[in-house]
Structure formats: structure tokens, C-alpha cells
Design a protein around this ligand. Structure first.
Ligand code: MG
Length: 396
């Protein structure tokens, strides 16, 4: 571990130009393994900050590339225009970076957290996560958020000297958005805040809300595009109704594609503006003097109560009309079954696993199987199902 300096040991450290005092300071970033001590590099940084390094490690990871072929809501092969986990992660990063720069937070750290936040997602979105969690009941369960941390801490193999990517603590605490107390006890320092009720840094708080803004809005766009959501039904959402009135007043009737685009940008703008105004006011009130003070304060990043209520309403609407739409849920039910069958098959026939994963399964048990399945893309999972004679109907 890098030595943690107490405040009195720390040399006077002027705030890096442009960053607010409560922003994460890359000069104080700590990694799990001190790379100077283990001889990976001679000095801390030549031309990139520690958080830029983290972002770059994430972008160059195998898990990041696989996001391209993982489901967000629509199964990966259903159409080239729908979001995948990769484009979702890029949209989260875009929103989070814009807000970070405006509020003088560390944009590089925000970007790193946003790009990494879904690295642990299974194939087939939440259906895959639920299936794997059921398969793993009795073996510690499966949770995609914990898995994202596991990917960057242990599963990536890019360094001779250690497993994982050896990311900074600040990035890792941002990736671990939620965690049970039982799990937190197993995670050491990064789990500590779930035991004593602390908050992560502002960059992490921001990335989490940028995720909500991104997925709620793009699911509306994808749902409209797929013809599963109807504009008339969406009008029950006050936020949508207001945006639609604005579009109507400014442009009158628009062709569907442009109308959807206008709606999307107005919704995102309304949510981002509310987030900035509410959070900037909270920052002014609490005026945290440092990232350490942020961690001790109640959560600072938030929507206003009115916007929060609208976001909750939007999520409930999407659950009812999109995630539980028969066209989506029938495929998700099959995806759930396919992933469960894959787990059971490999469990009963480890010889059908690739050598590396068979050995890990023998040494580490079911967790190794969960790691292998969670790492799969939609299309690879389907290819494996075909190879092993597992029935695919709706997803074929
Ligand atoms: Mg996400």
C-alpha cells in the first residue's frame, strides 16, 4: 500500500489550477500496489495525472471492449441503433464530464468512474445479473456492481507484477456504488464507508447520477425507436409533457426521428441543469474544504426534490411500459434461462470450459464460473449455448 500521509505530514499542497478544494486531487491518489516500489515506473507521472492513467487503463482493458456486445435493454443483435453497455458508458461519461468541468471537479476521475461503472455487467442486462445471482445463491451471490470492482481489482490480466489494473482508491470507491454490509466487511478500505455511513467523493456521487440521467433518457429514446413506447403514453410524465409542449411551441409538427431527438436533448438538459443547480447550492451551503470533508458530509450531489420525484416517476413508467413489455420480457426470460443453463452445464461438465477457466473452477469453485459467465458478451453466450446444445428460440 502507498503510505497514507496524515494532514500534518503532508506538504502544503496548493489546489491544482482550476480544481475546487473539494475536488479529488491526483497528487494524493493512492494505488493498491505502489508502482514505484514494485518497479513498474520510476516516478509518479510524466505527462498524465494518476486519474488519467486510470481512465486509460480502463479504456485499454478487455472488459471495456466487451461492453460493445452487451445488452443495455435490447439484446445486442436487435438493431445497430440501440444502446449497448459501451455506448451507455460513453454517454454517462459525457454527462458526468460536462458537470464535473462546470463545478470544477476532477474531470479525469469522473470520466474513469463513468467508463468503468458497468464493467462487471453480465450478458443480457439485468436478466443475466438475476440469473447469475440465483445460480450463485449459496456461493455468495452475484452483484454486477461488486463484479465491476472485481474486474478492475482482480480479473484483468495486463500486468506482470499484479492482478487487475491497480486503480486508484478514488476510482475504486466510485465504481463500488452500493454494497451490503456483509460484502463491505470483506472489501477492506473500499468497503468501509458502507459500514460507517460515509459518502464517496463528489466525482463518484456525480457519476452515479449521470448514470441515472443517461439510462432513463436513452431508454425512452430506444423504446420509442423500437416502437415499444408510444409518445401519447409518455405524456403522463410531467417532464415529458413539458418538453413536448416546448417542441410544439417552437417547431410545430416534426418528423418522428427529429421529434425524438428534440425530446431527448430537452429531457437531458432539464435533468442536468437541475442536478447542477441543486448540487452547486448544496456545495455552497456545506463548503467542504477537501475531499475528506466531502466523505464525512451527507451526500451533496442530488436532484431537487421536485426533479427527484419526476425521475422516480420516469423509472416506474419505464419499468411498466418498457422493461416489462412482453416483447422485452419474453426475450429476457429466455436470456435468464440460457445463462442459467450455461451455468448448470459448465458446473456438471467442467471439461467443456476453456482450459484456463476449468482450472480456476477446480481451484476456486463457483465464483470462477460466475466470473467466466459474467465476462461473456451476449453473442458469445449465445454461441456457447448453441455449441452445447442449449435451446435458443427467441434470441436466435
Ligand atoms: Mg450504467
Amino acid at each position: 500500500m502507498d503510505k497514507v500521509l496524515t494532514d500534518s505530514e503532508r506538504p502544503p499542497d496548493p489546489t491544482p489550477p482550476g480544481l475546487a478544494p473539494y475536488a479529488a486531487d491526483p497528487a494524493r491518489a493512492r494505488r493498491q500496489h505502489d508502482e514505484q516500489v514494485i518497479g513498474i515506473r520510476a516516478q509518479k507521472s510524466l505527462h498524465r495525472s494518476e486519474f488519467q492513467r486510470d481512465r486509460d487503463r480502463i479504456i485499454h482493458s478487455a472488459a471495456f471492449r466487451r461492453l460493445e456486445y452487451k445488452t443495455q435493454v435490447f439484446i445486442n443483435h436487435e438493431g445497430d441503433h440501440f444502446r449497448t453497455r459501451l455506448t451507455h458508458s460513453l454517454e454517462v461519461a459525457q454527462i458526468a464530464r460536462s458537470v464535473a468541468r462546470h463545478l470544477r471537479l476532477n474531470e479525469d476521475l469522473t470520466e474513469a468512474i463513468a467508463l468503468a461503472h458497468d464493467l462487471g455487467h453480465t450478458p443480457f442486462g439485468h436478466a443475466g445479473q438475476d440469473a447469475l445471482n440465483q445460480c450463485m445463491s449459496g456461493h455468495g451471490g452475484f452483484e454486477h456492481n461488486l463484479q465491476s470492482l472485481r474486474v478492475v481489482d482482480q480479473l484483468e490480466q495486463r500486468y506482470a507484477a499484479f492482478d487487475g489494473l491497480n486503480l486508484c482508491f478514488e476510482t475504486r470507491e466510485g465504481i463500488l456504488k452500493h454494497c451490503s454490509r456483509n460484502q463491505a466487511r470483506l472489501l477492506g478500505e473500499v468497503g468501509q464507508r458502507f459500514l460507517d455511513g460515509g459518502q464517496p467523493g463528489l466525482e463518484a456521487q456525480l457519476a452515479n447520477l449521470a448514470d441515472e440521467i443517461a439510462y432513463n433518457n436513452h431508454d425512452i429514446e430506444d423504446g420509442l425507436r423500437a416502437g415499444l413506447l408510444q409518445p401519447e403514453a409518455l405524456m403522463e410524465l410531467a417532464l415529458v409533457a413539458e418538453a413536448v409542449r416546448g417542441i410544439q411551441a417552437q417547431y410545430g409538427e416534426l418528423p418522428r426521428r427529429r421529434w425524438v431527438g428534440e425530446l431527448q436533448r430537452r429531457l437531458i438538459d432539464a435533468m442536468v441543469s437541475d442536478l447542477i443547480d441543486t448540487s452547486a447550492a448544496a456545495l455552497q451551503r456545506s463548503a467542504p474544504a477537501s475531499m475528506a470533508a466531502v466523505r464525512r458530509s451527507p451526500a451533496i450531489f442530488a436532484f431537487s426534490p421536485a426533479m427527484h420525484a419526476q425521475v422516480v416517476e420516469m423509472k416506474q413508467f419505464l419499468r411498466r411500459h418498457l422493461y416489462r413489455h412482453p416483447a422485452v420480457s419474453s426475450k429476457m426470460a429466455e436470456a435468464h434461462r440460457v445463462l442459467t443453463d450455461l451455468f448448470r452445464h459448465f458446473h456438471a461438465h467442467p471439461g467443456d470450459l476453456p482450459e484456463e477457466h476449468r482450472v480456476r473452477f477446480e481451484e476456486q469453485g463457483e465464483r470462477a464460473l460466475a466470473d467466466y459467465l459474467a465476462g461473456m458478451t451476449d453473442r458469445f453466450a449465445l454461441k456457447e449455448a448453441r455449441r452445447l446444445g442449449i435451446a435458443i428460440d427467441l434470441l436466435a
